[in-house]
Design a protein around this ligand. Structure first.
Ligand code: UDP
Length: 235
């Protein structure tokens, strides 16, 4: 059945902003993402974006750097803030007026997260959620599930650099087949690297569908919003 979404939460990993290059941010990729987002919003979609920070820091690298895990988690959360500000800027340059909210206060840089304010702004423009959950030991996948539930999103969209979930590693395996639909139970049971278990549990408990799709293919976000079946639907 084709579904035309009215409100969605898009999860972008920090790595999505690098365009596969060994840089923190790739300007052309950032512009491409801004175009994809605005193309979907022009269709009347209310869109919230949770952005990751893995292109800067990840808590699980703490041991490697001989730093405290909690410290590196906060560094990761600050990384999400840098990415969110960059995305907001790219959207502003295209004439949009995104609203950035952080889960921890950041003074004059952006507004602190407030659900009621987010609900008000999302009807007018893209709302970018930065700072993760604001707590260590979580990920931005969990943040995405949380914010999606809070803003009443009908679907969580996770942009990746592959077409969805496959029955085998698609890298160098031409026989690997895309799985069009799968349950959260199977994702967790088979330990599929789709999202972390906390995020999957949250989506499952709140009956929030998830679409994993290839964010590097132009027009995919627009197609999903208009009800085209792309990627893998987890429900
Ligand atoms: N992080 C955290 N709490 C959160 C969200 C993120 O501590 O609520 C930290 C964590 O260290 C994580 C890093 O920020 O590894 C970057 O986020 P994530 O790995 O989810 O980014 P992505 O892989 O999506 O770019």
């Amino acid at each position: 059945m084709s579904v035309r979404y009215k409100r969605a939460l898009l999860k972008l990993s920090g790595g999505a902003l690098t365009g596969g290059r060994d840089v923190s941010l790739d300007p052309d990729t950032l512009e491409y993402i801004a175009d994809e987002i605005l193309g979907a919003v022009a269709e009347g979609l209310d869109l919230g974006v949770v952005i990751g920070g893995g292109n800067h820091f990840r808590g699980r690298q703490a041991g490697e750097w001989k730093l405290d895990r909690v410290t590196v988690d906060y560094m990761g959360m600050l990384g999400t803030a840098m990415n969110g500000l960059a995305l907001a800027d790219a959207l502003v340059k295209k004439g949009a007026a995104p609203f950035v909210m952080s889960s921890f206060p950041m003074g004059e840089i952006c507004a602190p997260y407030d659900r009621r304010r987010a609900l008000k702004h999302i009807e007018k423009s893209v709302v970018i959620f930065i700072g993760g959950t604001g707590r260590p030991f979580f990920t931005t996948d969990t943040t995405a599930a949380l914010r999606a539930c809070e803003i009443g999103a009908e679907v969580l969209l996770k942009a990746t650099d592959v077409d969805g979930i496959f029955d085998a590693d698609p890298d160098g395996n031409p026989d690997a087949k895309l799985i069009p639909e799968i349950s959260y139970v199977d994702v967790v049971k088979c330990n599929l690297p789709v999202m972390d278990a906390t995020a999957a549990a949250m989506c499952m408990q709140n009956q929030l569908p998830l679409i994993i799709y290839n964010g590097t293919v132009p027009g995919n976000l627009y197609k999903i919003v208009n009800g085209e079946r792309i990627g893998t639907l987890v429900g």
